[in-house]
Design a protein around this ligand. Structure first.
Ligand code: NCD
Length: 306
């Protein structure tokens, strides 16, 4: 199908070969970034983040600017016309008229797919509610490939809020495009993966185990992906209070792991990784964020120019 003019809504819209094509463009851009510094000159991206964001918004903006493109950014909701009651459809129509591509984040599941139906130009989903965060999954997979030279055949632990976390869910679905040895889904009972994600793993024949204790599987893991408990998505605040401190990854826990275990996190971190881990050989989450800019550069280039 190719990337040109394509909406990026869910990681499930992609085939493994397409992700591999993307990754090879990322590799090339990393080798020689200056060769691409005007690849998107004359193109304009609109970022419309209806939910808080630091990394994803700035990562996309950085990617566009590094390629010589331009960016317009919708102000936070309180400062934009949404505060006057403008509806979502009108906002998207307007941004579509102004720009060549829209990067959007919204708290409602399915909002990006809806935006893509309205907009003529491509829409990139930067997170819709608890559902999808496809570019995060792309950069997570790319980070694993870069650090481990492969994605297949590894043991993955995905830790934290697997119910409301769209980064975790998207990575799990993305891994199902490859051949992981096994995925350990580590969460409190009440935050286990949603049925549609579990079903997808089963239909894809991925070997997975659900557990509540990191200590039970730490020694098996090649990659440990830690996520934040998604406070803002809990319908019942008392349920959040009950699970919020469930995990705290420390050096002591990591010492039971493999020598070359890699710890990733989509960020922002709250308290699920002890700061002391940051200076250890395991911590790769800041590198992951850095690689994310290159992944988004390659993606924007492929969408807008082919
Ligand atoms: C994630 C998100 O917004 O889903 N953040 C990000 O994009 N890096 C993860 C999170 O907020 O916990």
């Amino acid at each position: 199908m190719g990337f040109r003019n394509r909406d990026i809504i869910s990681i499930l819209d992609f085939r493994r070969e397409e992700l591999e094509e993307l990754f090879s463009v990322v590799d090339e851009m990393r080798k020689n970034p200056s060769a691409h510094s005007s690849a998107l000159s004359g193109y304009l991206m609109a970022t419309a983040f209806f939910e808080p964001s630091t990394r994803t918004r700035l990562s996309f903006q950085t990617a566009m600017l590094r390629l010589g493109g331009s960016v317009i950014d919708m102000a936070e909701v309180q400062r934009s016309s949404i505060a006057k009651g403008e509806n979502f459809t009108d906002t998207i129509r307007m941004l579509d008229a102004y720009s060549d591509v829209i990067a959007i984040r919204h708290k409602i599941d399915g909002s990006a797919r809806y935006a893509a139906e309205i907009a003529e130009n491509p829409v990139i989903n930067c997170g819709d509610g608890k559902k999808n965060h496809p570019t995060q999954a792309m950069l997570d997979l790319y980070t694993v490939k870069t650090l481990k030279n492969r994605i297949d055949g590894l043991n993955y632990g995905i830790l934290g809020d697997l119910k409301y976390g769209r980064a975790a869910a998207s990575l799990i679905l993305g891994l199902a495009l490859f051949r992981p040895e096994r995925i350990y889904l580590i969460s409190p009972e009440s935050l286990r993966v949603r049925p549609e994600v579990r079903e997808h793993l089963e239909n894809s024949g991925v070997d997975y185990v659900e557990t509540t204790r990191i200590e039970d599987c730490i020694s098996e893991l090649d990659v440990l992906y830690v996520t934040r408990v998604q406070k803002e998505r809990f319908p019942d605040p008392s349920e959040y209070e009950r699970v919020k401190g469930s995990y705290r990854l420390t050096l002591d826990i990591l010492r039971a792991g493999k020598e070359d275990l890699v710890v990733l996190h989509p960020l922002p971190r709250v308290d699920e990784i002890d700061f002391k881990v940051d200076d250890s050989k395991y911590a790769k989450y800041f590198l992951q964020a850095k690689l994310g800019v290159f992944v988004r550069m390659a993606l924007l280039k492929l969408i807008l120019r082919g």
